[in-house]
Design a protein around this ligand. Structure first.
Ligand SMILES: O=P(O)(O)OC[C@H]1O[C@H](O[C@H]2O[C@H](CO)[C@@H](O)[C@H](O)[C@H]2O)[C@H](O)[C@@H](O)[C@@H]1O
Length: 276
C-alpha cells in the first residue's frame, strides 16, 4: 500500500457518508435510535447511562429541524428510557420501550393491559428470577413492565454463561411461552412478544417518514434492521462486532456521534437551501 493510499478513507466509510448525505435530503426524515451501546457507552448501573454529549447535541439540532423526527427505540422500560434520554418533560418525545412493547408518541401511549394469565406468569417469573440473582454475587434483577432482565455485568466473567443457563432453566420452569432475549451482559424474559422492528414500523407510520435511519449495537436491533427499506433510502448502521443485516457498520458510540454531527450539518444545509 502506498503512503497516499494508507491515508485514504476506506471505501465503506465513504459510502456511509454518501448515504447520510442522501438521507439528509429526505422529504420526511426519521431517526430511530437504539440507546445503550449506540448513543450511550455501557456503565455498571443502568440508570447512570447517558448519550455521549456530542450525540445529544447533534440530536438536539436535528429534532428542531422541520420534517425531521428523532425517536429512541430501546429494550429499556419506557420510564427508564425517559430518564436516560432526559425526555420526561418533553411532550413531543417519540419513545419505544421494552423492545417494542411500550410506546409513547408525544402525549399518546399504548396501554399494556396485561391479561390475568400474563400477570400471573409475570409474578411467578419475578419470584424465581429474584431467588436466582439473590444467590449469585453481583447479579441484579431489572424489573420491567412485561418481564425481567437478569444483569450479570458485575458477576465474575467466568460465571456469565452459568448465570444465563440458570436463568433460562428457572424461567422455563414458569412458562415455555416467554420471549427470551440475550443482550450485552443481560438475559431478558418477557411475557409479551413485540420487537424493535414493530417499533420502527409504528414510528414510520406515525411520522409518515419517507426515509428512516436506524442504528443499533445488539442482537435485538436486528429486528429494526430487518424492516428497513434501503431501496427507498433507509439506512441501517450496526455499531460494533457481530452478524448483521445492516448495510453499514461503525466501531463504537463515538463513531455514531461523529455521524450524527455530519447528518445534522447536512440536514441543516438541505433545509436552508430549500427555504431560500
Ligand atoms: O435496547 P437498548 O437501548 O440497547 O437497551 C438494552 C438494555 O440496556 C440496558 O442494559 C445495558 O446497558 C446497561 C447500562 O450501560 C448495562 O449495565 C447492561 O449490562 C446492558 O445490558 C438496560 O438496563 C436494559 O433494560 C436494556 O434492555
Amino acid at each position: 500500500m502506498t503512503d497516499t493510499a494508507s491515508h485514504r478513507p476506506p471505501a465503506a466509510a465513504v459510502a456511509l457518508v454518501g448515504a447520510l448525505q442522501e438521507l439528509a435530503r429526505a422529504d420526511r426524515l426519521l431517526l430511530a435510535l437504539d440507546f445503550d451501546g449506540t448513543l450511550a457507552p455501557f456503565v455498571d448501573v443502568p440508570r447512570g447511562a447517558r448519550a455521549l454529549p456530542e450525540s445529544k447535541a447533534a440530536l438536539d439540532r436535528l429534532e428542531h429541524l422541520p420534517r425531521t423526527w428523532v425517536a429512541y427505540v430501546s429494550g429499556r422500560p419506557l420510564t427508564s428510557l425517559e430518564t436516560v434520554t432526559e425526555a420526561e418533560a418533553d411532550e413531543d418525545a417519540l419513545l419505544v420501550g421494552s423492545h417494542g412493547v411500550e410506546i409513547r408518541f408525544g402525549r399518546d401511549g399504548v396501554s399494556l393491559d396485561l391479561t390475568d394469565d400474563e400477570q400471573a406468569t409475570l409474578e411467578r417469573l419475578g419470584g424465581v428470577l429474584q431467588e436466582l440473582v439473590d444467590s449469585i454475587p453481583g447479579a441484579k434483577l431489572e424489573i420491567k413492565p412485561v418481564g425481567f432482565g437478569v444483569h450479570y455485568r458485575q458477576v465474575d466473567p467466568a460465571e456469565g454463561r452459568t448465570v444465563v443457563a440458570r436463568a433460562r432453566e428457572a424461567a422455563a420452569g414458569v412458562s415455555d411461552a416467554l420471549t427470551i432475549r440475550d443482550g450485552k451482559d443481560i438475559i431478558e424474559f418477557s411475557v409479551r412478544g413485540a420487537n424493535k422492528g414493530d417499533g420502527v414500523e409504528r414510528l414510520r407510520e406515525y411520522t409518515k417518514a419517507t426515509a428512516v435511519l436506524f442504528a443499533g449495537d445488539d442482537v435485538t436491533d436486528e429486528d429494526g434492521f430487518a424492516v428497513l427499506r434501503p431501496e427507498r433510502g433507509d439506512v441501517g448502521i450496526k455499531v460494533g462486532a457481530g452478524e448483521t443485516a445492516a448495510q453499514y457498520r461503525v466501531a463504537d458510540e463515538r463513531a455514531i456521534a461523529t455521524l450524527l454531527g455530519l447528518l445534522a450539518q447536512a440536514r441543516e444545509a438541505h433545509v436552508n437551501s430549500s427555504t431560500d
